[in-house]
Design a protein around this ligand. Structure first.
Ligand code: DC
Length: 229
């Protein structure tokens, strides 16, 4: 198989603005948008719903393989379906978020989801965001970005996002939870969050969304043009 290269890979920790920014970069470039966090979330939602023992990696992997997952890129954003269930909102609840770490470190779960991600990426030029896009899933991506922001800023953004959806949480516990999730993702044995050697660091702590989108779109244009010539 030809290496997949028509890919803009965006990685970074929770709350760095990856989803919002990646979607807008995809629109600006005319690329598809792939939110891989949504896939780990869907798997977690499915395992909880099926009553799978979250401490049993084999059962988690089997459930993930059986899950009839479908991502639909709609005008009003990404829609996530498992069979007939629209779980777009359900996968963003704190209950699901809390349990993801049990699945996201199971190699067979990742293998299955990584294969799906590569299928999506092979279909169309894609902006893919997650934790291991540049390091594992699309190592040959033409443009790799590591999107970061300070822990305080990321916590403020997550708080505003949850409040907008009517979910009440307090800042300190949210900040502690994000910090803990960061540590787990950075220190796990499988596909840990890290910047690929050829990824460009974009720190959005003091940037607006527009500025982040402009910065990455410019990087992507430069990388895509350079490698097409
Ligand atoms: O980006 P997000 O918060 O929706 O991601 C949810 C979780 O999924 C996050 O805690 C880490 C995990 N994840 C992963 O391990 N690999 C990815 N490519 C994307 C997300």
């Amino acid at each position: 198989m030809e290496p997949i290269t028509e890919i803009v890979a965006i990685d970074g920790p929770a709350g760095a603005g990856k989803s919002t920014v990646a979607r807008r970069v995809a629109d600006a470039l005319g690329y598809a948008f792939l939110d891989t966090g949504a896939m780990y979330r869907a798997s977690t939602w499915w395992a909880l719903r099926q009553g799978v023992n979250l401490e049993d990696p084999g059962a988690l992997a089997a459930a993930t393989r059986e899950m009839p997952l479908e991502l639909r890129d709609a005008d009003n954003g990404l829609q996530v379906f498992v069979g007939d269930h629209d779980i777009t909102k359900a996968i963003r609840t704190p209950e699901v978020t809390r349990e993801i770490y049990r699945l996201d470190q199971v190699p067979q779960v990742r293998e299955h989801l990584v294969a799906l991600q590569r299928q999506y990426g092979a279909r169309r030029p894609t902006v893919a965001e997650g934790r291991d896009m540049g390091t594992v899933v699309f190592p040959a991506a033409k443009c790799k970005v590591f999107l970061d922001a300070s822990l305080d800023e990321r916590s403020r953004r997550r708080l505003a996002e949850l409040q907008a959806r009517g979910i009440a949480v307090d800042f300190e516990s949210l900040r502690a939870e994000i910090h803990e999730r960061d540590e787990k993702t950075r220190s796990r044995a499988v596909a840990p969050l890290r910047r690929a050697a050829d990824a460009i660091l974009v720190d959005t702590t003091h940037m607006t969304i527009d500025q982040a989108v402009e910065t990455i779109a410019a990087l992507a244009h430069a990388a895509l043009n350079a490698k097409n010539n």
